[in-house]
Design a protein around this ligand. Sequence first.
Ligand code: MG
Length: 310
Amino acid sequence: MTAQSVTIVEVGPRDGFQMEKAFIPTDLKVRVVDLLSEAGLRSIEATSFVSPKVVPQMSDAAEVMSRITRRAGTIYKALVPNLRGAQAALDSGADAVELVIVASESFNRRNVGLSVDESIVACEEIAAAAQGAERPLEVVIGCSFGCPIEGLVPEEQVERVAQAVSAFGISRLSLADSIGSGNPAQVTRLVSRIRATLPTMPLSLHLHNTRGLGLANVLAGFQAGVDTFDAGLGGLGGCPVFPGATGNVATEDIVNLFEEMGIPTGVDLEKVREASRLVQQFLGRPLPSYILRVGTARELFARAELARVS
Ligand code: MG
């Protein structure tokens, strides 16, 4: 059964910004999160509590959390790599924390220096900390569709992590195509498999447009019953292992996809574009979102020149 409406989770201020070399001023980060809140995005990954030595771009995480204007009913989430980060995120007032466990052994080790099993143990501790603070924990299974070191990731590996962490009272599982190597058939298969294994677990998809398959993968996920999708304003972000690759599925593009299909998202596209333009201006380069560059079908019709179309 496909959903009657979808929820877009904005991850640009974390997944997008962390890829940028130039430090994005805290004022701009706060302004962007505020615009995204005003746009009606009900779940925003505002920052991550990682070591500032590893990711200097996120060194102002606590300041961002304290300065954003919180809109009632909006969830401001923070990504955390470990228990220490989780405690910092909870102390900062994050409404929810997210932990990434990479489905492939070698990339998880490279990401956090732990085996997958050690990450599952860490997840239980973080889940206990989140429960103690009465805040939800979401688990992102990274490289669910492919790993830069190991190639295709067997579905059993993703399922094993999903089953293990589902025992810790987590609020949601997100299947992430962290490098953008997945295709729609893979999305359909993996979503169906995880839904069959964990029928009551809320699922979301985190998809990257590295090879132009982002929206096709979104649609495959939607048709397989997923109603929650991560997206990044402007299509910010990238892929650390594929230089030059585009980033997250753009918020504008995913909102437009569903709205033009008659499936409400509750997101004001123009406000998202306003945020993207501010970021574009700071970065000094155009962002890859199609809708940011070209506009919606309605906007195209309104300004089409009457040239002969062959
Ligand atoms: Mg990502």
